[in-house]
Design a protein around this ligand. Structure first.
Ligand code: 3MF
Ligand code: MG
Ligand code: MG
Length: 401
């Protein structure tokens, strides 16, 4: 298979490290960085200088960004577009000079107040238009920088109350929007993957792209299941009441596992806390699913993680990323060793013993309730419960982490 080293595709999320200012719903900015606020192109360039210095220092190959993280908002759409083009040229030079690559680009269609009721699913057709034009510019920027994927997180694609919402109409808008994105990708020959990032319950009370299963049902309905894959985030999986590995395994089963947003939300999570990952056993289970699915092709591990707001020292950004890369490299190694050892797959195969027998295969393929009832009676089928060996397997995993 693939070499493990090829899976060390780590990315810094520009927004958390260089755009987020330490605010929360109860208080504003706590960080006092020389690169805030980003209200001019000079500031945007100064910030890029710091960012690329950090990328080089970390020695990791990738980064990810939203338009709004990297350029000041213009007074008009045209001005924002020019600002983005200018900073993209600047990024191009920096990437060339440092060897940093773009894992994916995306559009921020959730921060500005015009998006308060969504972007593609907004009731106002002018917001739909603005959003389509914004995504076009962001795909262009991503292609220009050689981005390997383009991500759509449905920021505020959802609703606060059903009482003022036309669900059917909004789904139709989402469908047309996604179709246009896919069409445009082909038209301009962008060969990266289009990825949807599912998330439940935040910031809208109900988010359309709730989890992998929900998004897959949209894709099937829209006929886009062969065109769009998933960017799966640890914290979003937890918020949906799943584990990270469950979401990864579901996406792998559907053939739509694309990339991951790695972070840490633990059992206290009531919202997306975006902490840096720090648990090797947890991360190992995630990479186990990823490696079983064949590993990343265009995707990678984006650290969608930020400092807690009391980490005033920007050097903590380095510490956070170094720790996260270390945890992920160790998790990946443990996952590869678990696969290599084969103990889990052997135990799994034993648990499903019997399905290879012709009569059981035939039952599954051609059986009816009547024919199976007949079998149960004539063969005197009377199953003894089978052991799942749960504790033994969980302890077995600890040998590798
Ligand atoms: C929100 C997120 C987003 C997405 C990003 C990618 C702001 O919880 O995870 O980060 O990762 O928008 O499109
Ligand atoms: Mg994310
Ligand atoms: Mg998130």
């Amino acid at each position: 298979g693939k070499r493990m080293e090829d899976q060390l595709r780590f990315a810094v999320a520009y927004w958390h490290s260089f755009a987020w200012e330490g605010g929360d719903p109860f208080g504003g900015r706590t960080f006092d960085r020389p690169w805030y606020p980003q209200d001019s192109m000079e500031m945007a360039r100064a910030k890029a200088d710091v960012a690329f210095e950090m990328f080089a220092l970390l020695g990791q190959p990738f980064f990810c960004f939203h338009d709004a993280d990297v350029r000041p908002e213009g007074a008009s759409f045209a001005e924002s577009q020019r600002n983005l083009e200018e900073i993209v040229d600047y990024f191009g030079e920096k990437m060339e000079a440092t060897g940093t690559k773009l894992l994916w680009g995306t559009a921020n269609m959730f921060t500005h107040r015009r998006f308060m009721a969504g972007a593609a699913t907004n009731p106002d057709p002018d917001v739909f238009a603005w959003s389509a034009a914004t995504v076009k510019n962001c795909i262009d920027a991503t292609k220009k920088l050689g981005g390997q994927n383009y991500v759509l997180w449905g920021g505020r694609e959802g609703y606060e109350t059903l009482l003022n919402t036309d669900l059917v109409r909004e789904r139709q808008q989402a469908k047309r929007f996604l179709q246009m994105v896919v069409d445009y990708k082909h038209k301009i020959g962008f060969d990266g993957a289009i990825l949807i990032e599912p998330k439940p319950q935040e910031p809208s009370k109900h988010q359309y792209d709730y989890d992998v299963n929900t998004v897959y049902s949209f894709l099937k309905e829209f006929g886009l299941e062969g065109e769009v894959k998933m960017n799966i985030e640890q914290g979003h999986a937890i918020l949906a009441g799943h584990s990270f590995e469950h979401e990864l395994a579901m996406a792998a089963a559907f053939g739509i596992l694309g990339s991951i947003d790695m972070n840490r939300n633990d059992y206290q999570s009531g919202w997306d806390t975006d902490q840096f990952p720090n648990s090797v056993p947890e991360v190992a289970l995630a990479y186990y699913e990823i490696l079983k699915a064949g590993g990343f092709t265009t995707g990678g591990t984006n650290f969608d993680a930020k400092l807690r707001r009391q980490s005033l020292d920007p050097v903590d950004l380095i510490a956070g990323h170094v720790g996260a890369m270390d945890v992920c490299a160790r998790g990946l190694k443990a996952a590869a060793a678990m696969l290599e050892d084969g103990g889990l797959e052997k135990a799994r195969a034993e648990r499903y013993a019997g399905w290879d027998a012709p009569k059981n295969r035939d039952m599954l393929e051609n059986g009816t309730l009547e024919s199976i009832t007949e079998r149960v009676l004539t063969e005197g089928i009377d199953p003894e419960p089978r052991s799942g060996r749960q504790e033994r397997l969980e302890n077995y995993i600890n040998r590798f982490v």
